[in-house]
Design a protein around this ligand. Sequence first.
Ligand SMILES: Cc1cc2nc3c(=O)[nH]c(=O)nc-3n(C[C@H](O)[C@H](O)[C@H](O)COP(=O)(O)O)c2cc1C
Length: 187
Amino acid sequence: MKEIEEYPELSYVFNRRSIRKFKQQPVPNNMIEVLLKAAMAAPSAMNNQPWEFVVIDDPKILGKVRQQMIFGRQETPLAIAVCGNKRKARNKFSATDFWIQDCSAATQNILLCASSLGLGSVWLGVHPVKIFSAGISRILKLPRHIKPLCIIYLGYPDQEKAAHTKYTEKNVHWQSFGNQGSEEVTS
Ligand SMILES: Cc1cc2nc3c(=O)[nH]c(=O)nc-3n(C[C@H](O)[C@H](O)[C@H](O)COP(=O)(O)O)c2cc1C
């Protein structure tokens, strides 16, 4: 396994860390637009694109979000709430819960795009914690069919974190669960 420094073209992936200290410098609108374009470049089940994004840069609303998110109390100049639209999530298998995977893919695209733009970010889980979902829905005035998946805090980082991967061979199985070697399995 090569070291991560040997993949400079992937530095934005390995440099992405959860940043929990931000400068108050605002994130320019053109950057916000790129982040949203990256979000909406994500794959989605049956190409339903069941996502909605609430961009929050009003300090009053950011303050309310901070109050609600007990694991996200840090000051941030910008937050994006990634939400699933249950009306767009309908499909022939009645598998409406795909919105969770679709919105997670969009979220990760935002985090990676932020990393490549030199912005810091942190993913704050909302769904499926009922008290967080109810609070965020109230603050952002979400209609009943719009479900908040997470809040992303974004901004210029005011802390440094080393690039990393949590790669461990133990988590990798070849052909079937429990096979740790990559050699061909004959039976
Ligand atoms: C679904 C999800 C929910 C998370 N919720 C929170 C949260 O509420 N507060 C927080 O500070 N970090 C949260 N995180 C960030 C994780 O704590 C972080 O990714 C993990 O500690 C690994 O660190 P890294 O992102 O720097 O690799 C969440 C991440 C995910 C994927």
